[in-house]
Design a protein. Structure first.
Length: 250
């Protein structure tokens, strides 16, 4: 009889300890607990020590830290009919734990789905040049649209970044040819501008020499000096510049 009583007491003690353990929760500084009592939302707990009524209260932990959401590669077609494969990353955090638990079944999965559909929609309206060179504007548009849709769930999307834009090999070759043609065009323009400036300077020099004939003789002597300073086999005979005056007058 005594043994049976001891067994009953031990069983009750174990059940009591288990119930006590299940009624105590410790939430970290970045965690909040959404508490349900008999299925009804009653309170938001934490951080710190939280006491629950065994078998009556249920607590759901929610982290308030910023979450990095990697958006899988998305196949898109830009506004100018160029296929591309885009990967992105989004950063979000829970600002209202109650809504994050009660308004949507799985807020992380729902946010990912919204990010994917919005990414395809926004980038599909952009041209390829904008997708490659104006990412800051596109990132801002993506962040605002995704955040607007997740706001009722208590989710704040703080940033969206386009990580990589992969293009078909044929498009890469076409872009390389375009860039090469653009570089050649710029080189020709620079060369033409240099020739134009050189011609202007030659016209100015000719006008100056026409006013001061002695300048032509000085230039002639300077040229002779430069030729003499070089170690070559060229032989030249200096002639008076006056011999050419008759030809210059013609």
């Amino acid at each position: 009889m005594i043994a049976a009583i001891i067994i009953v007491v031990c069983v009750l003690l174990i059940l009591g300890l288990a119930a006590a353990a299940s009624s105590v929760r410790v939430l970290r500084e970045y965690e909040r607990g959404v508490t349900f009592r008999l299925g009804r939302l009653v309170d938001l707990r934490g951080p710190g020590l939280v006491l629950l009524i065994p078998s009556i209260d249920r607590l759901v932990r929610v982290s308030l830290r910023t979450v990095t959401l990697r958006v899988p590669p998305q196949e898109i077609i830009t506004r100018d009919n160029v296929p591309a494969r885009v990967t992105a990353v989004a950063y979000y955090r829970v600002v209202d734990p109650r809504n994050a638990i009660t308004e949507v079944e799985d807020f992380e999965s729902a946010t990912l789905q919204i990010a994917q559909t919005t990414l395809r929609s926004v980038l599909g309206e952009a041209e390829l040049d904008s997708l490659l060179s104006d990412r800051e504007h596109l990132n801002e548009s993506l962040q605002q649209l995704i955040d607007m849709q997740t706001e009722p769930w208590g989710i704040k999307v703080t940033s969206v970044e386009i990580k990589e834009v992969a293009l078909p090999d044929s498009m890469k070759r076409a872009m390389a040819k375009q860039a090469e043609a653009e570089r050649e065009r710029r080189a020709k323009v620079v060369n033409a501008e240099g020739e134009f400036q050189s011609a202007e300077k030659m016209v100015q020099a000719a006008a100056l020499i026409a006013k001061e004939p002695i300048a032509l003789q000085l230039r002639y002597l300077q040229t002779m000096r430069e030729m003499a300073s070089e170690h070559n086999t060229t032989t030249f005979l200096p002639l008076p510049i006056d011999l050419f005056s008759a030809f210059l007058k013609k």
